[in-house]
Design a protein around this ligand. Structure first.
Ligand SMILES: Cc1ncc(COP(=O)(O)O)c(C=O)c1O
Length: 192
């Protein structure tokens, strides 16, 4: 039985959607983190908006109408995700979202507390995340790579050891006083 046929059988059993990709008709597409077909309701809502004018940043009536649509969409998505509307940020794609999340988080943490310079990241991050981490190293952040198992799952023991180590050295430097609070540099976490 061909690989494609096997995949079809598995996906049919699990009720997955079988679709024709550009080059392999009948193949099962599993990379939905990269691209996924829009559900008809989302497609219809977006198409409707693409037909009308109005920049959501403009002050005139068309702009204010567009802004209302954006904010109502943000609220609907937040509700579906059990999040606050302020936690929903629209971006143009994955790379922009990764940069915003990683840089935003770590720069704001370091601004609040200059000792917070260590970043723990799994060894299998998308390269958009990896490039962002390499960039942050230039600003004094220390990136520690967390090993993963053969399924790509982070090793929980390595994570615990690193968190405990950071917690202990923070507690020790608190006892020593404010003059010596920088966390000691660490290398790559050792895979088990
Ligand atoms: C985690 C992650 N970041 C970034 C990207 C790249 O996304 P884009 O091409 O929209 O920038 C992907 C795409 O698969 C992704 O999975």
């Amino acid at each position: 039985m061909s690989l494609i046929r096997q995949n079809l059988t598995v996906s049919e059993r699990l009720g997955w959607q079988v679709m024709d990709t550009v080059d392999v008709p009948g193949a099962v597409y599993l990379d939905h983190a990269a691209t996924t077909p829009m559900v008809p309701a989302a497609l219809a809502a977006m198409t409707e908006q693409l037909r009308v004018v109005g920049n959501a940043s403009s002050l005139h009536r068309a702009g204010r109408t567009a802004r209302r649509v954006v904010e109502e969409s943000r609220e609907t998505i937040a509700q579906a995700l059990h999040a606050r509307p302020s936690e929903v940020v629209f971006t143009s794609g994955g790379t922009e979202a990764d940069n915003l999340a990683v840089k935003g988080l770590f720069w704001s943490r370091r601004a609040a507390d200059p000792r917070r310079v260590r970043i723990l990241a799994s060894a299998v991050e998308h390269h958009a995340v990896q490039h962002t981490l390499r960039y942050l190293e230039k600003f004094g952040f220390e990136v520690v790579e967390l090993p993963v198992d053969r399924y790509g799952r982070v090793d929980p023991d390595a994570l615990r050891d690193l968190l405990l180590g950071a917690w202990r050295s923070a507690a020790a430097s608190k006892r020593r006083g404010p003059a010596d609070r920088a966390l000691p540099a660490r290398g790559k976490a050792k895979p088990k």
